[in-house]
Design a protein around this ligand. Structure first.
Ligand SMILES: CC(=O)N[C@H]1[C@@H](OP(=O)(O)OP(=O)(O)OC[C@H]2O[C@@H](n3ccc(=O)[nH]c3=O)[C@H](O)[C@@H]2O)O[C@H](CO)[C@@H](O)[C@@H]1O
Ligand SMILES: C=C(OP(=O)(O)O)C(=O)O
Length: 436
């Protein structure tokens, strides 16, 4: 297992360009299965989860051509369906969360889709009911092998229908959309997730010949078509990475410019950081963060303590709450962090408490943070990254801390952050990767 050694307490300075969005590209890569024609995808981040999914597509028979560092061409004209029932697939498919989204396209185009229980962050229960209830509504037969934890859906033909999702699941919505685009008739999906990830998927599918209306809302109308063609798609900048860079800047009291962030797709993110007292300037499509010695958390109008909580889009994304929490440890004031979606994502605060942060974990979903206004620096320590966002939050804490910290299990960070140590070094951070 690799580790990072971080000498904290240094000011950073410079410009960072965000990578392509992990959670968008995982959907986009699965969508290449919907057509035998060539699909070009640009701004593909070079991260573990994406590379694993590209590997699985290759094993499935998809022709993969790397056009440049972050661009690929895919052609799914000869698919090896027996791979889906092989031991190799049972191992490979379970190694990330995003692999679940191959099921919808495979079901739609080949009449069957299988998946072992997918991996991803261990951040609480992560059920798949929404996905499979959607496929069943479209007419698929569902089977689940409990011993092998292996899911399957089969159908000779899918038929459009009206459905109300039990929750606005992001990957569930993507999966059902990809099944419905090739179904016979019209499907409406109400309580659909509508993150920019889903909007981008719908734009790509429409460019391939699909008929999806209501993009950006929680009510999608999909008129099934007989087949889809190729297209070229460019992935948006990763809004979670952008939020992470904001965290790096303010915790190290540094000036930083984040280039080409696609402001129009950031939703609540800038507002939430501003409520923490952070100055963010919109300069064209960049975010400029000036050096800030202090940032003061705003109270509500009635004087009560601010709560930052997650909610399905256009609410605030749960993937940035750990970063907001770490930023709050050095703010002036108090904030309640309420992680509603996942029940095991806040336990990493123990590490921050070890480093001297004033945090009360009220229960698995809520933590109160009493900011120290940079009056007392965090202390360096040795820690292990439990999940991708806790990992980057601990890394941010270490960059601001007094002394040298070690973070183990950094594969969690590599799942979602491209070449993070080189990019941090480019703005002046003292960080080394240590391979065992
Ligand atoms: C590969 C990928 O894209 N992963 C993202 C995706 O995961 P994923 O698609 O797996 O997450 P879901 O949207 O299905 O749900 C996440 C969790 O939130 C709960 N839930 C969901 C919707 C809702 O309205 N109410 C509710 O409580 C679910 O029960 C579940 O525990 O979306 C999550 C929620 O934004 C993000 O954290 C993940 O980074
Ligand atoms: C939870 C996340 O990822 P995954 O769904 O891939 O585990 C995340 O990106 O924060």
């Amino acid at each position: 297992m690799a580790s990072f050694k971080i000498e904290g307490g240094h000011k950073l300075n410079g410009t960072i360009t965000p990578q392509g969005a992990k959670n968008e590209v995982l959907q986009i890569l699965c969508a290449v299965l919907l057509t035998p024609e060539r699909v070009v995808v640009n701004n593909v981040p070079d991260i573990i989860d994406v590379n694993k999914l590209i590997f699985i597509l290759g094993e499935l028979g998809v022709k993969v051509e790397k056009l440049s560092a972050n661009s690929y061409a895919f052609q799914a004209d000869e698919i090896d369906l027996p791979y889906l029932e092989s031991d190799d697939f049972k191992r490979d498919g379970s190694s990330l969360r995003g692999s679940i989204m191959i099921v919808g396209p495979l079901l739609a185009r080949f009449g069957r889709g299988y998946i072992p229980r997918p991996g991803g962050d261990k951040i609480g229960r992560r059920r798949l009911d929404t996905h499979f209830e959607g496929f069943i509504r479209l007419g698929a037969k569902f089977r689940y092998n409990k011993e092998e934890k292996f899911y399957g859906v089969e159908a000779d033909e899918l038929f459009g229908t009206d459905m109300l999702l039990d929750e606005a699941s992001v990957t569930g919505t993507a999966n059902i959309i990809m099944a419905a685009v090739l179904a016979t008739g019209t499907t409406t999906i109400y309580n659909a997730a509508c993150e920019p990830y889903i909007q981008q998927l719908c734009k790509m599918l429409n460019a391939m010949g699909a008929k999806i209306e209501g993009v950006g809302s929680n009510l999608l109308k999909i008129t099934g078509v007989g087949n889809l063609g190729g297209c070229e798609h460019t992935v948006l900048p990763d809004m979670i990475e952008i939020g992470s860079w904001i965290g790096v800047a303010v915790m190290t009291q540094s000036e930083l410019t984040i280039k080409n962030v696609s402001w129009e797709n950031l939703g609540q993110i800038p507002n939430v950081f501003r409520k923490l007292g952070i100055q963010l300037e919109k300069r064209g499509d960049d975010i400029y963060i000036p050096e800030q010695n202090s940032y003061e958390i705003q109270n509500y109008i009635d004087g009560s303590v601010l709560t930052v909580a997650d909610a399905p889009w256009p609410g605030f994304t749960p993937d940035l709450l750990s970063i907001v929490l770490v930023i709050a440890t050095q703010a002036k004031g108090t904030v309640l962090i309420h992680q509603k979606m996942f029940e095991s994502r806040l336990f990493f605060v123990d590490k921050l408490i070890d480093m001297g942060a004033k945090v009360i974990l009220c229960d698995p979903h809520r933590a109160t943070v009493i900011g120290q206004n940079h009056k007392s620096q965090l202390k360096a320590t040795k820690m292990t990254s439990p999940d991708i966002r806790a990992g980057i939050s601990l890394l941010i804490a270490a960059l601001s801390a007094n002394g040298t910290s070690i973070i183990n299990n950094i594969e969690q960070i590599d799942r979602g952050y491209e070449n993070i140590e080189a990019r941090l070094k480019s703005i002046g951070a003292k960080i080394e990767r240590m391979n065992d």
